[in-house]
Structures are given as structure tokens and as C-alpha cells.
Design a protein around this ligand. Structure first.
Ligand code: PEP
Length: 250
């Protein structure tokens, strides 16, 4: 049995300007009004808004996260941001290995491993994304692909307390299509098994989030599945009504 509060994370991707602070403010308000005791909420805006959102979230228990980081701590890496810099904004989470980065920036499991390590050293929590493509699922390779990604992306020395895993089938992201509830259940049970093998008892407490076209209308069915300990939400996390609607499934 998973003892921690379920976790609902919003990934704003490359969306949001200073004016979006009011939408985020509505999320913080709505969360405080009824959800705070049932679910943990995290929003990952673009880096330009991290500090602003961290200030708005002060005292609310809404967490802030970044969407990526560099594996190093500092140096000649034009345009990159270190995990230490993210921690400095007041954020507590970093998404690592999102499929959009794996595809558009050709990030490998080894890259993800370096980033998870950096996040761990900065005292933050990594939200590691894993997920198979449509072709891999059709070929019956989904479980095998996730095993490879987990093995390749988790560094030595990591503890279960520093980690959240998000299962995000690539073909379900932004498409409106989701796997069947039984396919989600099968994958989450499989990931749980691997986490317990790797981290022992601690592995039983790691949040395993489902991500890919979660919206208010399908959230209760998906979030009721055993070993689905929350959701990673893209498009539907941009509007307070949708995002809080999803979190209200708990
Ligand atoms: C995501 O990109 O992490 C995601 C889950 O996107 P969406 O909810 O829009 O499918």
C-alpha cells in the first residue's frame, strides 16, 4: 500500500508569460480551498517563471519544478541551467528525460542518468519520465523498453526518496489517446516491481505517475488504478479549472 499523498504534476512546457501568474494564483487558491489535505500539487513552468511562481506558492504547499536541467553544476554551457540554480529559485522538483527532450534533443538514458544525479546532488526530487513509442508497443516490447530506460537512467547512490517515476507512453502525449486501463495497470505494476527490486522497501513508496492525455473526464478512472500514484499533466495543466479538476479526482 502506498502511504504518501498522491502527486499531481503540471508540465507547462514552453507556455506561459508573466501574465500567467494569475492563472497559477488561481491554482494555488483552489488547492488551498479543498485539495491540500488529499493530494500534493506541483507545477513546472518554464524557467523564466520559476522564481515568480515560487514566491506565489510560498506557504501554500504547492510545489514548483523545472522541466529539465544540465548535468553539471556550473561552467561554460551557454543557455543551460543547473540543478543548483533551479534549487536557488525555490523549486523542489525537476522533470528529467521527458520524451520531447529525448526526441528533439536526442537525449539518451545516459544523459537522463547524469541529470538525475545532478538533481539528487542539488537536494531536489527528479521526476524521471519513461515510455515506449507506438511501434515498440505494437511489437510487444513495451515492458522491455521501460526496463531499459529505468536501468539506464537511475544512477548509483540514488535513494527512493529523491525519485518520482512518470510512465508516459510517447504515443499518448498530447494526442488525446490513452492506453487501456488494463495496459496502464500492467505497466505500473511492472514498474513497481522493478523499483522494489532496485530500492527494496523504499521502492514501494516511490510515486509512479501516469502521463499522457490526462484530463478531468478520464482522471478518476486512471487515478483509481492500483500503483498509479498520481499524474503528470501537460495540456490540461495550463488552466486552473482543468488542473484542479484532475486533482479533484482524489
Ligand atoms: C506531458 O507532456 O508530460 C503530457 C503528459 O502531456 P499531455 O497531458 O498534454 O498529453
Amino acid at each position: 500500500m502506498h502511504a504518501r499523498k498522491p502527486l499531481v504534476v503540471g508540465n507547462w512546457k514552453m507556455n506561459g508569460l508573466k501574465a500567467s501568474a494569475s492563472e497559477f494564483g488561481r491554482m494555488v487558491e483552489g488547492y488551498g480551498a479543498g485539495l491540500r489535505h488529499r493530494v500534493q500539487l506541483v507545477v513546472c513552468p518554464p524557467v523564466t517563471l520559476l522564481s515568480t511562481f515560487a514566491v506565489i506558492a510560498l506557504g501554500s504547499r504547492v510545489g514548483i519544478g523545472a522541466q529539465d536541467c544540465h548535468p553539471g553544476t556550473h561552467g561554460a554551457h551557454t543557455g543551460d541551467i543547473s540543478a543548483e540554480m533551479i534549487a536557488d529559485t525555490g523549486a523542489a522538483f525537476v522533470i528529467v528525460g521527458h520524451s520531447e527532450r529525448r526526441i528533439a534533443h536526442r537525449e539518451s538514458d545516459a544523459d537522463a542518468r547524469g541529470k538525475v544525479k545532478a538533481v539528487h546532488h542539488a537536494g531536489l526530487i527528479a521526476i524521471l519520465c519513461v515510455g515506449e513509442t507506438a511501434e515498440e508497443r505494437k511489437a510487444g516490447l513495451a515492458l522491455q523498453v521501460i526496463d531499459g530506460q529505468l536501468e539506464g537512467s537511475l544512477p548509483e547512490g540514488l535513494t527512493g526518496d529523491d525519485l518520482v517515476v512518470a510512465y508516459e507512453p510517447v504515443w499518448a502525449i498530447g494526442t488525446g489517446v490513452t492506453p487501456s486501463l488494463s495496459d496502464i495497470a500492467e505497466m505500473h505494476a511492472h514498474i513497481r516491481l522493478r523499483l522494489v527490486e532496485r530500492f527494496g522497501e523504499e521502492g514501494g513508496r516511490i510515486h509512479i505517475l501516469y502521463g499522457g492525455s490526462v484530463k478531468p473526464s478520464n482522471a478518476s478512472d486512471i487515478l483509481a488504478i492500483s500503483d498509479v500514484n498520481g499524474a503528470l499533466v501537460g495540456g490540461a495543466s495550463l488552466k486552473a479549472a482543468d488542473f484542479l479538476g484532475i486533482a479533484s479526482a482524489y
